[in-house]
Design a protein around this ligand. Structure first.
Ligand SMILES: Cc1ncc(COP(=O)(O)O)c(C=O)c1O
Length: 456
């Protein structure tokens, strides 16, 4: 059973704190929580179960997400399948604490990926097996390798940070079919990706855990909220492992207000994704910019190493070599005026070196990235090898079929006239529901050197 995936210490634990902060019976006076009855308006501990916030969040998700294909199982999203956390980062930390036994369990990661996965593995002394992403657009998984690893779980980032692309759904589904351990999908950017969430698979996949953030498309970063969605057995284990009264009452109240404004949320996500797509298209037309990836809540471009430095001189702070991925710059989507100024700065900049064409080297990967590592030595790695000859075709997914690789690259300098991969393209491609045959992915990226410190 899925609950068996939790660490022994969690399984055998009886929660020290009841899930509801107030006694269940309203006719009882709470003399249990040692609060100061003479305190101010915040003297009471907040609700520990966050039932109202969970309900508001579930409603908001249904309102802003791309709907899954019809015909899925009936499922009620409530406090037994959604745990609200202090940001997605807190959710990831909780997942490590709940499921991975320090010093003995191992986790697979798919670089280039979100650096916090590596940091948490290091902190909790979890051996880390990097299995690099494959394919020209780094949107393919080496499912065979992942499924064969002696690991407790696999952590994916989809849409990928820093890759800016969505994984081929057929790879994700194949992994879920062939791997019995925990499959964690960090979907921090899914609301603006143009694909449905994998959360809809949870009823049938009790080993799937989906991590979400309210900091990105929902525009609530200052509140520090996110969520872990999972089958009730897994969620119970997470609940036992978390510290009590985790969410401040005023934060919950503010979030409830914002989450109830569904039209406003939809509008701001549309504006965000629309501006991202405009920005990506403009970037694709700039000199020195290579391929452009924009299926998440940011834009990643191929560009020579000096590009970020030049942008900095022009007044823009961007993320060069995001998560140690050389030859790329990750750029957040700013307000339209800022984005336009950045484009103008790029167009005015001297045409130094051309953007690196990612003409990939192919061949089996033999670098250090293939060997399992133990966490203490594994600071996030950087470095790239190359390569690829991906002939990606398609993909099936939560009941939906997606066409992958649709123009996901622009060719160096966008002079090539190919559009960048954007959320709009993903949306259109998913909607096409065109079944094609998926090709075997080829190796694309392999980490070699050490990372450069924390990146988000
Ligand atoms: C992929 C990914 N996951 C999780 C997070 C953390 O999000 P939060 O602000 O919800 O903690 C980030 C933040 O940048 C992210 O990029």
């Amino acid at each position: 059973m899925a609950g068996g995936l939790a660490r022994e210490v969690i399984r055998s634990m009886r929660s020290a704190f009841p899930f509801d902060s107030r006694p269940g019976r309203h006719d009882l006076i709470n003399l249990r929580d040692n609060e100061n009855p003479f305190g101010g308006p915040h003297r009471h501990y907040p609700d520990n179960r966050n039932g109202d916030l969970v309900a508001a969040y579930a409603r908001a998700l249904d309102a802003v997400e791309i709907a899954p294909a019809p015909g899925g199982p009936e499922w009620h999203w409530g406090a037994d399948s959604i745990l609200i956390t202090r940001g997605a980062a807190d959710g990831l930390d909780l997942i490590f604490r709940t499921f991975f036994e320090p010093g003995s369990d191992a986790v697979a990661v798919t670089p280039p990926s979100f650096a916090i996965f590596d940091e948490l593995a290091a902190v909790y002394r979890i051996a880390r097996h990097p299995v690099p992403l494959l394919g020209e657009n780094l949107d393919r998984l080496d499912v065979g390798r992942l499924a064969a690893l002696p690991v407790k779980g696999v952590i994916l980032c989809d849409p990928g940070n820093p890759t800016g692309t969505c994984l081929a759904p057929e790879d994700v589904l194949l992994l879920l079919d062939s791997f019995r351990g925990l499959v964690v999908i960090d979907e921090a950017y899914v609301e603006c990706s143009g694909r449905p969430s994998y959360r809809h698979l949870i009823p049938d996949r009790p080993n799937l855990v989906v991590v979400r953030s309210m900091s990105k498309a929902l525009g609530m970063a200052a509140l520090r909220l996110g969520a872990v969605l999972a089958h009730p057995e897994l969620l119970l284990a997470l609940r036992k492992a978390r510290l009590p009264f985790a969410l401040p009452g005023p934060v919950t109240a503010q979030a409830m207000t914002e989450l109830s404004q569904l039209a406003m949320l939809r509008g701001q996500i549309e504006a965000f994704a629309g501006e991202r797509d405009r920005f990506a298209a403009e970037l694709a037309g700039c000199p020195r910019v290579g391929r452009v990836f924009a299926e998440a809540g940011f834009v990643t471009i191929e560009g020579d190493p000096d590009l970020a430095a030049e942008l900095r001189r022009a007044g823009f702070d961007t993320m060069p070599e995001p998560m140690g991925w050389p030859g790329h710059v990750r750029i957040s989507v700013g307000r339209p005026s800022a984005n336009s100024r950045l484009i103008a700065a790029l167009k005015a900049a001297p045409r130094a070196a051309q953007a690196p064409k990612t003409t990939p080297e192919t061949g089996p990967e033999t670098g250090p990235g293939t060997a399992p590592e133990t966490a203490p030595e594994t600071a996030p790695e950087t470095a790239q090898t190359p390569g690829t000859t991906r002939t990606a075709g398609t993909a099936h997914s939560p009941g939906v079929t997606r066409e992958t690789g649709t123009g996901a690259s622009t060719g160096a300098g966008a002079g090539a006239g190919v559009e960048p991969a954007t959320g709009a393209k993903t949306r259109a491609a998913w909607a096409l529901r065109t079944a094609r045959t998926a090709q075997a992915p080829q190796t694309a990226w392999s980490p070699r050197s050490q990372g450069k410190g924390r990146q988000t």
